[in-house]
Design a protein around this ligand. Structure first.
Ligand code: NAP
Ligand code: ZN
Length: 359
């Protein structure tokens, strides 16, 4: 066991605060990672606040992790001490079922072990995430950070990146595709960057008119304000694909009518009951609604390599861990530009305070 420190919360309405705990000793095939940076995903806040009604406290969030290998078990083949590596939303799965063998570990038939708020497959203990100084992960769930990729800006790729890359590539988005991305936050801004990098014509659908200039700078060719009824009417039947990153339940009808014949709307944001959809909205126009969950390990590595090769990186606002509660409040107000990334060096202040016996 090793002593660890992080930021956790003990209930849905308590702020995150310093938390001391133990990480497991290395098991066969384990890699210990000193965390340098961790991105802040809206899912972290959903879980900290029990908005999905499945939180197991203490909740220690964080699944956009970049760090350096600090130690490896002798059985580890692909990593050595000092390597720059990353961990995303999963830390384990059965690795034997049909889905795992196909590289879709997130759909493991036994259930993937998520980086936080999930049960360790061996001990049943609840996993604790990346808002911490180090983490221990089995080799198969550790990713290589390609040479030259800025480690701070690489962090959000581990969730916001793969969650948008996966559906865009699954639906063969490329030159000639007319794509819209709804919601300009962490996921949405990566959706825009990736869709543009893949050669699509990209429209940003936002509730925040003031984000229009940023959307264009990120790669959007057009901006559509979802509260502008006239503009939404004019945009009817114009997209092949809509990536919907809106983090809460919402009426899909205004978005569905924007789809061309055989268009697809993929939900990645709202992981909760949605208002009913009128069947006519799908039948008329041969439209589809689908979902998409993060992405498997091979695809995540492919996405990291693409980002390094094409210089596609998130726009980040670096914060010390002490500002995490304020960052959550800003996220609630859609005031994120466009991903907070915690510099984990700031945790050293907490260790020093603990050493001096301070709270
Ligand atoms: P985020 O940074 O908070 O961005 C969400 C954006 O959605 C906001 O900036 C805002 O953009 C828009 N929005 C917010 N409330 C809205 C509302 N009521 N109606 C319409 N638009 C609204 O969140 P994120 O980190 O990108 O995460 C987005 C969602 O994806 C979260 O629910 C998260 O849990 C989920 N998620 C899913 C997966 C998956 O595997 N499927 C993976 C990661 C995250 P505008 O200001 O532009 O309107
Ligand atoms: Zn996430």
């Amino acid at each position: 066991m090793t002593q660890a420190i992080g930021y956790a919360t003990h209930s849905a309405d308590a702020p995150l605060a310093p938390f001391h705990f133990e990480r497991r000793a290395l098991r066969e095939g384990d890699v210990a990672i000193d965390i340098l940076y961790c991105g802040v995903c809206h899912s972290d806040m959903h879980t900290a606040r029990n908005e999905w009604h499945n939180s197991r406290y203490p909740v220690l969030p964080g699944h956009e992790i970049v760090g350096r290998v600090a130690a490896v078990d002798p059985a580890v083949m692909r990593f050595k001490v000092g390597d720059m590596v990353a961990v995303g939303c999963m830390v384990d799965s059965c690795l034997e079922c049909r889905e795992c063998r196909a590289g879709y570990e997130q759909h493991c038939l036994e259930g993937a072990t998520l980086t936080y708020n999930s049960k360790d497959r061996q001990t049943g203990e609840v996993t604790l995430g990346g808002y911490s100084d180090h983490i221990v992960v089995r080799e198969e769930f550790v990713l290589r950070v390609p040479e030259g990729l800025d480690p701070m800006r690489a962090a959000p790729l581990l969730c916001a990146g793969i969650t948008t890359w996966s559906p865009l590539t699954r639906y063969n988005i490329g030159p000639g595709s007319r794509v819209a991305v709804a919601g300009l936050g962490g996921l949405g801004h990566m959706g825009v960057k990736f869709a543009a990098a893949l050669g699509a014509h990209v429209t940003m659908i936002t509730t925040s008119p003031e984000k229009g200039a940023d959307a264009r700078r990120l790669g959007a060719h057009e901006v559509l304000i979802s509260t502008d009824r006239e503009a939404m009417k004019t945009a009817r039947s114009s997209f092949d694909f809509i990536l919907d990153t809106i983090p809460v339940a919402h009426d899909l009808h205004p978005y569905l009518q924007l789809l061309k014949r055989e268009g697809n709307l993929v939900i990645v944001g709202a992981i909760e009951p949605l208002p009913p959809i009128h069947g006519g909205m799908l039948i008329g126009g041969d439209r589809s609604v689908a979902g998409s969950a993060i992405g498997g390990i091979p695809l995540t590595q492919q996405m990291l390599d693409f980002c390094a090769a094409h210089d596609v990186l998130p726009d980040c606002e670096e914060i010390p861990i002490q500002q995490i509660n304020e960052a959550y409040e800003r996220m609630l107000k859609s005031d994120v530009k466009y991903r907070f990334v915690i510099n984990m060096g700031s945790l050293k202040q907490e260790s020093a305070a603990a050493w001096r016996g301070l709270p």
